[in-house]
Design a binder for this molecule. Structure first.
Ligand code: FAD
Length: 404
């Protein structure tokens, strides 16, 4: 009997979790498993704010996919997916195509700029390792240029972060941590540096516990972050942004603008004809795309409804990894043509938002945490994610062990 071709697109949290579970569950003779990813490495998206601020080297954020897959069972293809032809069960790559019997789409997120003029052209988004490195180097370039130029443009030392959600706050926490060292390195007076957070909503970290939010805001303000809440970015230029609050319009000149206020699923999903909302497909409980018996969609390309509040769960690595586990089980059911597919139910253990190297806020197993204990918990969570994919070897190689 012909072995089915199982093709997994994307080596992020969702895709890699699926593959590493599947390689344990299926024998060599049961299926041909192929993983496609743009790069030969996986990166921890949840650490990208650290690489972007320069508090962590970009190489620490990534590891080779070959080091965590069983190459006797999984064929790895380094290539970029351009589209999915579900009528002919084919995936079109930049350098060829692949046929599948079972497909998993785990192509991750893209920035959502909500049509705000100039953002795509002039703002950075913390999208991947290469952009993280670019953000870090751009900030350093602005500091170095400021120091070298005769007619000084102080706006080079202004960094605007659009969005006070999880990503924006974590990035600001890292920037604020790094600023004293960066100013020393470039011989810049820290009083001249402005870190500005612009948020359209009236509050920081919407949905988070208000006491913890106050703690985060005070902590960041103490480290020099200015918050402009209830303020919307209207336009972005090479030299800054225009914002408005109620009827007042203000121009803020800035050397660096980072947009951290929205993500959507990979646009390949919509381009390939799947019905989606901002690139996210409302999947069945089995994680199959509606109307498909052979296409699973997981991670940030999927949308799962929290039935308690009838709203989608925010896209997280936590959910992406849990979906990978269910998806692998369901693929084994399809391959073996026996058993029943599992229904996916997120098990939210908590959320911790880092505020820099040794501070954080969070709620874990219903308990509120802040300061050092929250920061230590964040590192435990980061190490656990490594452990789930690559076991103790990966934790020892890439883990975070500076708890105090
Ligand atoms: P990803 O992890 O983004 O993986 C997608 C993969 O697909 C990547 O390897 C990419 O290279 C590959 N790919 C993309 N396009 C193509 C293509 N065309 N062809 C081939 N390969 C392709 N979540 C949490 O739970 N906790 C946190 O603390 C947290 N912090 C975050 C901090 C930051 C700064 C950011 C940006 C996100 C954070 N998140 C956090 C969200 C989390 O990172 C995402 O929800 C998670 O990465 C989604 O996993 P995924 O597998 O769907 O996508």
């Amino acid at each position: 009997m012909r072995k089915p071709n199982v093709v997994i697109l994307g080596g992020g949290y969702a895709g890699l979790m699926t593959v590493t579970r599947l390689q344990k569950q299926l024998g060599v003779n049961e299926a041909n498993i192929t993983l496609v990813n743009k790069n030969e490495y996986h990166y921890e998206s949840t650490w990208l704010h650290e690489a972007s601020a320069g508090t962590m080297h970009h190489d620490r954020v990534r590891y080779s996919i070959a080091s965590v897959i069983d190459q006797n069972k999984v064929h790895f293809v380094k290539d970029a997916v351009t589209s999915i032809d579900s009528s002919n069960k084919k995936v079109i790559l930049e350098n060829g195509e692949l046929s599948y019997d079972i497909l998993v789409v785990g192509l991750g997120y893209e920035a959502e700029t909500f049509g705000i003029k100039g953002l795509k052209e002039h703002a950075f988004t913390i999208a991947n390792v290469n952009v993280a490195r670019q953000i870090k180097e751009h900030i350093e370039y602005q500091f170095a240029t400021y120091k070298a130029e005769v007619e000084k443009r102080e706006e080079r030392l202004t960094i605007v972060v659009g969005g006070a959600g999880f990503t924006g706050i974590e990035f600001l926490g890292e920037l604020a941590t790094r600023m004293p060292e960066l100013c020393r390195e470039y011989d810049v007076e820290q009083e001249k540096v402005r870190l500005i957070c612009v948020e359209a909503a009236p509050t920081v970290l919407p949905g988070f516990d208000p006491e913890l939010v106050d703690y985060a805001v005070e902590h960041l303000q103490r480290k020099g972050v200015e918050f402009k809440l209830g303020t919307a970015i209207k336009e972005c230029f090479e030299t800054g942004i225009v914002v408005s609050k109620e009827d007042e319009v203000e121009e803020i000149k800035a050397g660096t603008v980072v947009w951290a206020a929205g993500v959507r699923g990979n646009s390949i999903v919509e381009k390939s004809g799947f019905e989606a909302m901002r690139g996210r497909v409302k999947v069945e409980k089995t994680l199959l795309a509606p109307g498909f018996k052979d296409v699973f969609i997981i991670g940030d390309c999927s949308l799962v409804i929290n039935e308690e509040i009838n709203r989608p769960y925010p896209p997280t690595a936590q959910i992406a990894m849990q979906q990978g586990i269910t998806c692998a089980k369901n693929i084994a059911v399809l391959v073996r043509e026996q058993g029943q597919m599992e229904e996916f139910a997120p098990d939210i253990k908590g959320t911790v938002c880092s505020l820099g190297e040794d501070d954080a806020i969070g709620v874990v197993f219903g308990r509120k945490l802040k300061g050092m204990p929250a920061s230590a918990m964040k590192k435990v969570i980061d190490n656990r994610a490594l452990f789930m994919v690559g076991g103790p070897t990966l934790v020892l190689k890439k883990g975070k062990f500076k708890f105090l």
